[in-house]
Design a binder for this molecule. Sequence first.
Ligand SMILES: [Fe+2]
Length: 166
Amino acid sequence: MTTTARDVYVVGLRNAHAMEVQARELMERQSERLGDYPDVQAKVKEHLAETNEQLKRLEQCLEACGETSSTLKDTVQSAMANSMAMANAMAGDEILKNTFANSAFEHFEIAAYKSLLTLCGSAGQEKARALLEANLEEEERMAAWIDAHVGKVTQDYLAVEQRKAA
Ligand SMILES: [Fe+2]
């Protein structure tokens, strides 16, 4: 059997869906524990809402190909996200570890959507382009926000630690 652009595209969509489920899980765990960092908490909650919309857009793309999302893969990914969030929660510098991990995760998502956008035309799914671009733009905005706030988060973390020690 020959592999078609459509096959690669559908696998990519499934992977992106599992990726967003993992992102949602990570942000849900994090948002509960960000009381000391209200600006990060607000941003994470905002991106969590965006992520739920992104999942719906991906489901639309999958349905257009006559596919449903892969629940098995989603389950594995959300278990991984939970254990990652838990491991970071046990670290004293949880906020920093989560910030670095979120930065990496957003860039991973950006690459995944760029790949899907490359494939959607040859997969005969040109109509999906606007949905995938909407997801890409949100990831780019979130990645830029994190990049711009690494310094402030670090200073806030230092202040929180100094307050605790005083
Ligand atoms: Fe994201």
